[in-house]
Design a protein around this ligand. Structure first.
Ligand code: SF4
Ligand code: SF4
Length: 226
């Protein structure tokens, strides 16, 4: 009887092969290594696109072996796909495997995505990736001793900017409420909230609460106009 790990291994392999992109991305392999020669990640990590394709051809054990740190070493530049004489796309295979890791809330996905939680929070609740209030000495030590100055009187400094949509502190610029409403709908319908929930339940709760408050306020304002 298969144990949980065997089942997971098998399911991941089946999910990979059932992805409509898979047979475009894996067409056979000459084992020539041209892709690896062009791969920037290969220069810095124990990682090679040739191995990605060879592992796919070798079966579920080898694919499962890539689901830890391995798939997160790829820079997603797709140089490998440009040069492969067989038209394989190792970077594309990695993208599918990452999606599987995120959908399943695998430990490697949680670990890699954790540092992006602040960015995710900002994107989903304010519509921008970064904001002035994220520029903190702890996060940008390379900015040197002047960074505390950037935080002093931040609201006042932002008010001095001539463009009104930039006079915000908690977002890089003010995104229209109608746009935020659209973003919320897209994220909801595309299952993005579900993915955040699987990988970081605490963050998902904060985002959902904030976004739902904003959407409710927006809808109330719209109703008043009618
Ligand atoms: S997409 Fe990934 S595997 Fe392909 S060349 Fe770029 S870093 Fe290497
Ligand atoms: S370039 Fe293509 S054929 Fe050559 S090793 Fe890489 S994936 Fe295989």
């Amino acid at each position: 009887m298969p144990d949980d790990k065997d089942r997971e291994k098998h399911e991941i392999f089946e999910e990979l092969r059932a992805d409509p992109r898979y047979h475009d991305f894996v067409r056979g392999c000459l084992n020539c290594g041209v892709c690896t020669g062009w791969c920037p990640s290969h220069r810095f990590f124990d990682y090679a696109p040739r191995i990605v394709i060879q592992n796919c051809l070798a079966g579920e054990d080898r694919v499962y072996g890539m689901m830890g740190e391995y798939i997160w070493a790829c820079a997603q530049c797709f140089s490998c796909a440009m040069v492969c004489p067989f038209n394989n796309n190792p970077g594309g295979v990695v993208a599918i495997l990452r999606e599987i890791a995120v959908r399943r809330g695998m430990m490697s996905a949680k670990r890699v995505l954790k540092p992006y939680s602040r960015v995710l929070l900002k994107v989903m609740t304010f519509g921008n990736q970064v904001s002035p209030d994220m520029i903190q000495p702890d996060f940008f030590p390379d900015w040197g001793p002047k960074i505390p100055w950037a935080q002093e009187d931040l609201e006042l400094k932002r008010q001095a900017i001539p463009v009104p949509t930039l006079r915000t502190v908690e977002s890089a610029w003010k995104v229209a409420e109608s746009t935020m409403n659209e973003l919320y709908t897209i994220n909801k319908e595309a299952g993005i909230f579900d993915l955040v929930e699987v990988n970081d339940p605490g963050l998902a709760e904060v985002i959902e609460d904030d976004v739902q408050d904003k959407v409710a306020a927006y809808l109330a304002e719209e109703a008043k106009k009618e």
